[in-house]
Structures are given as C-alpha cells and as structure tokens.
Design a protein around this ligand. Sequence first.
Ligand code: C2E
Ligand code: MG
Ligand code: MG
Ligand code: MG
Length: 282
Amino acid sequence: RAKERGRNNYQLYTTSMNEDAMQKLSLERYLRKALGLDEFVLFYQPQVNVQSGEIFGVEALLRWKHPTLGMVSPASFIPLAEETGLIVPIGEWVLRTACEQIKSWHAAGYGHLTVAVNLSARQFQQEDLVEMVQRVLEETSVEPRFLELEITESVTMHNVERAIVILNELKNLGIRISLDDFGTGYSSLSYLKHFPIHTLKIDQSFVRDITTDADDAAIATSVIALAHSLNLQVVAEGVETEEHLRYLAARGCVEMQGYHFSRPLPAQEIEALFQSGKTFAL
Ligand code: C2E
Ligand code: MG
Ligand code: MG
Ligand code: MG
C-alpha cells in the first residue's frame, strides 16, 4: 500500500511538474510572438503632486492582452521575458511607445508631463542601452528631461562600477533616473552617494500598513527624510487611501502614485482624465 501510495504521489508530482513546464513552454512560445502580433499595450498611471494638485507625470506599465489567455499580469510574464532575453526587444517597444505617447500629449497641450519607464536588469546589461535610449529619444523627438527611467536596486548590484558609468551616461543625456521599490533591495545606502539618482520611490509594501504598522511607518518616514537630506525627489507608491495620503503628506512627501488617485489606465482614459481638469490637492 505504501508503495502504491508512493507511486501515486510520484505520478502526481511528475504530472504537475510536466504541466508547469508545459505551461511555461507555451507561455514562452506565446510571448515570442506577442510583439509581432501587437498584443502588448501600455497603461499609464498618473503621478500627482498633492501640494499643487497637479498630475506631473505618468508611469508606463506594460500589459499583455492574449486572445485566449486574457490579460496576463506583468508579474507573471516579465520574469520569463527576462529569462529568455525577450525583455530586450519588448523593452525597446515600451520605451518607444511611451515616448510617442508623451510626445502626443505634449502636442495636445500637456507640455509639462514626464513619463517614467521601467528598465529591467537584463536591459541594463545590454552593451548598447545608452545608444538605444538616445536613438529612441531622437526618433520620437522627445526632450530627454521628460523621460525618467526606473531601475531597481538589483539592476545595479551585478556590477556597481559599470552601473555608475551607465547611469552617468544616461544622466548626461539629460534623462532622469529613479530608484524603484526603494528599501526592498540589497544595495548599500552609501551607493546613493555615488549613483546619479534623481528620485527615490518608496515601495508600496511600506505604504500599505503605514498607519498601523510602526516599522513600516518608520521606514517610510526615514526614506522621505533621507531623500530630502540628499536633495532627491521622493515619490510614494501604492497610495490607496486618504489615510495613506495624509500620513505621507504630514511627513513631507508631496509626490505620490496609487489607486487613491487613479489606477493605471489606457492612454485614452488618461487623456479623458487630463481633459476633466481633475486635481488632487490634499
Ligand atoms: P512597479 O514598477 O513597481 O509598478 C508599480 C505596480 O504597482 C504596478 O503593477 C501598478 O499597477 C501597481 N500599483 C499602482 N498603484 C497601486 C496601489 O495603489 N496599490 C497596489 N496594490 N498596487 C498599485 P503592475 O502594472 O502589475 O506592474 C508590476 C511590475 O511589473 C512593475 O512594478 C514593474 O516592476 C514591472 N513592469 C511593468 N511594466 C514594465 C515594463 O514595461 N518593463 C519592465 N522591465 N518592467 C515592467
Ligand atoms: Mg516602476
Ligand atoms: Mg515600484
Ligand atoms: Mg514593483
């Protein structure tokens, strides 16, 4: 009996392993074709200044609409895109599409808007990253000061020296750099002194329970203070409630992003939001 059970367990185990592998394989096959099939779309999430009430920028967030799988979350396909290297062409598409969009919003009268684009570690390792970014900016006629590239601490971990060189090249183009998910990675605080960073983004995991969890509150408050003393901009992510907003604002954070203001939306809906003239002052 024990043997039988053992065999059954073994079969169960291999079946689910195979299913996982199969799923991953077909997801990978789909992913390889997604760009050519026009299945990607960018959503945009407003970034607001709660002092002026204005939307000062948007973050571009990638969405994959597969005809049978439906909407696939970036959390599930970006790791696979990284692993397979597909993130490189996909990432270039994201940058180009975001730049074209911001150009068109500038032309429509929203000339102050910045656009933030996420860069993956794999993209950061590409030899021609800086040239690619420069080329896309030229081809879309977007002034570099309107582009912010979001990197995470992991991007800089592999090779700190090289990261400093690349970030300086990007900075010298006139692009802004923000450190995304700040506080969740491993980089030493002393790197902040050497990295040409403009913005720290407080990770949403510290914001979620900010009014009830003393540790999260202490961390978020410290990041705001750190940013101020280093003369960096600070943006809080994952602001979902009025309480989050008030708590952060009381500690000197004025730039925020989160469902409280708006979810990430398709370009057309963002444009409708601009046109509505809605403001978000505290
Ligand atoms: P991220 O860059 O930290 O983006 C913020 C994530 O938080 C987004 O998830 C956004 O939809 C979500 N979010 C915004 N406001 C709130 C809120 O108030 N509450 C909560 N719970 N969540 C909120 P999303 O769009 O699913 O993206 C997940 C991650 O996937 C991003 O995290 C980013 O790391 C990655 N990603 C998305 N688009 C791209 C891309 O074009 N390229 C690369 N390399 N990575 C991307
Ligand atoms: Mg981001
Ligand atoms: Mg983040
Ligand atoms: Mg994140």
